[in-house]
Design a protein around this ligand. Structure first.
Ligand SMILES: Nc1nc2c(ncn2[C@@H]2O[C@H](COP(=O)(O)OP(=O)(O)OP(=O)(O)O)[C@@H](O)[C@H]2O)c(=O)[nH]1
Length: 478
């Protein structure tokens, strides 16, 4: 990779560059250390070096060189500062390097390193101006939503900013996908806002307040045009060739709960590539994402104030916040390793512990900040929320991070609900075989049954305290 041509021998400067990239310490060499060759390779390599190493946060995947390892706990493999390349026995050859990607466990990286602290302190006081097409590393306090809580006193207040929003038609109805940036990690966390009332152009038709991002609707720069705003999604009504109206910045306002209208329904969902993208039945994540969008999209019946007037129906409203914390925060690589341990007979909690991780390493402060930006669940201003989850620890964590939760709404696995209905004799015969449809955990799918899935659901109830009536052995066959 370092050679300029296939047959050219490794130059001294190449070797020095390689040492920097693979060495135990990140040392930035003085300018002009290396003789310039023929390509923009050095800046690229230096960028690669800067993007790895001890300053990565726990949310970054680190791509770097290590001795080949079997388990992440071996040889301090997550901690490249421990690797010297030298064997204890000087007569032995240097250890061979392999190229790997991994994520440090939360408990190790939650405390920022000195380099991280320096970066944070250096950038935060003077945030760069934000333009519609720029992706700023830090956010402007004027347009970003801040949380009051900070996981560490050394970190600046958490800020999130919605960079773009667009309409997504789903099998359950329309939604607005919002992409968020934040000043804690480099991931693009998402929010699916379900509020089809917003697609109606006349505001008089809206009964409930619109769920809109304050940071998206804010003015980002004096020079931004109406087209800049519309392109990033700061528009009202439904966008079409005939209708293009930019939104006005929304002042921070108190959204009072409206009489009789239930608080918005929300779900905080953590990324699961296997369950959501390839329909893995080792977990229920794909189904839960789909079920959350379906449940939030259900029309809401609003009882009338007087017994003589019939109830009215309004469109469903709420949001799914989608956090990029794969595998309960341990990352896809560790999750895949955990699956192999599960195939050896361990359950998901034990497998995590065997790999040196906690049972659950997720955090919810970014989700709470995103909801606050959407005017949801804010203790001071905004509506309380009803949260779709079976996990009482998640509710507690959300409340600790400042979310106003007014109700926990359970999510019953579709296969358990269907088997219950079959047992009660209330299952329509046309549904009898639906739960075996291949790939049915994917969006818009149906109930699906599998032994791995059942084992996972039972672990959640028996080992993780999820609040679900347990479907007992021997009752699974329809
Ligand atoms: N470590 C690990 N993570 C898993 C496994 N299966 C699914 N996940 C991850 O678990 C996360 C979902 O968390 P769950 O524990 O299923 O559910 P929850 O979010 O705590 O609770 P609910 O709100 O009721 O769904 C996703 O990020 C998945 O990628 C597994 O076997 N091991």
């Amino acid at each position: 990779m370092v050679r300029t041509t296939m047959h050219e021998p490794l130059m001294a400067s190449d070797a020095a560059l390689l040492d920097i990239l693979t060495g135990p310490q990140l040392v930035i060499p003085p300018k002009d250390t290396f003789a310039r060759r023929d390509a923009a390779l050095d800046p690229l390599m230096m960028a690669a070096a800067l993007a790895t190493g001890p300053h990565v946060t726990r949310n970054h995947y680190a791509h770097d060189f290590f001795p080949g390892v079997a388990l992440p706990t071996d040889e301090g493999s997550w901690d490249w500062t421990k690797f010297t390349g030298q064997s204890a026995d000087e007569s032995q050859p240097r250890k061979r390097l392999t190229y790997v990607s991994r994520q440090a466990p939360r408990k190790v990286k939650a405390e920022p390193t000195s380099v991280e602290k320096a970066n944070i302190l250096e950038v935060t006081p003077t945030p760069p101006p934000v333009s519609a097409d720029a992706h700023p590393p830090r956010l402007s306090a004027a347009s970003g939503a801040q949380t009051q809580t900070s996981s560490s006193s050394t970190l600046p207040p958490l800020e999130v900013k919605c960079m773009a929003r667009t309409r997504i038609p789903t099998p359950h109805g329309p939604a607005f996908l919002h992409i968020y940036h934040n000043n804690r990690d480099s991931k693009e966390h998402l929010a699916m806002v379900i509020d089809p009332g917003q697609l109606v152009e006349s505001s008089s038709a809206m009964v409930a307040p619109s769920i809109r991002s304050r940071s998206l609707d804010a003015v980002w720069s004096a020079s931004e045009t109406e087209m800049d705003r519309i392109t990033r999604g700061a528009y009202v009504g439904r966008l079409s060739q005939a209708h293009q109206r930019a939104s006005a910045p929304s002042a921070t306002r108190r959204i009072a709960p409206i009489d009789n209208i239930p608080s918005p329904l929300i779900r905080i969902h953590s990324e699961c590539f296997t369950g959501e993208t390839v329909g893995s039945m080792r977990c229920d994540c794909g189904e839960q994402l789909d079920e959350a969008i379906r449940l939030i999209s259900q029309p809401i019946t609003v009882p009338s104030a007087s017994p003589s007037t019939p109830p009215t129906q309004i469109p469903g409203r709420g949001a799914v916040v989608y956090l990029r914390q794969e595998g309960r925060g341990i990352g896809l690589l560790s999750k895949i390793r955990a699956y192999n341990l599960q195939d050896l007979g361990h359950d998901t909690v034990t497998a995590n512990l065997m790999l040196g991780h906690g049972a659950d390493e997720r955090g919810y402060d970014i989700a709470v900040a995103i909801l606050r930006d959407l005017g949801l669940g804010d203790r001071e201003q905004g509506e309380g929320v009803r949260v779709l989850t079976n996990n009482p620890d998640k509710v507690q964590a959300l409340e600790d991070d400042g979310l106003r939760v007014v109700e926990r709404v359970p999510m019953i696995p579709r296969s358990w609900r269907m088997r219950q209905a079959a047992q009660d004799g209330t299952l329509p015969s046309s549904h009898k075989h639906d739960e075996h449809i291949a790939g049915a955990t994917l969006i818009g799918g149906n109930a699906v049954y599998g032994q791995d899935l059942d084992k996972y659901l039972r672990t959640k109830v028996l080992r993780m305290g999820h609040i679900l009536p347990l479907w007992m052995d021997g009752e699974e066959d329809l």
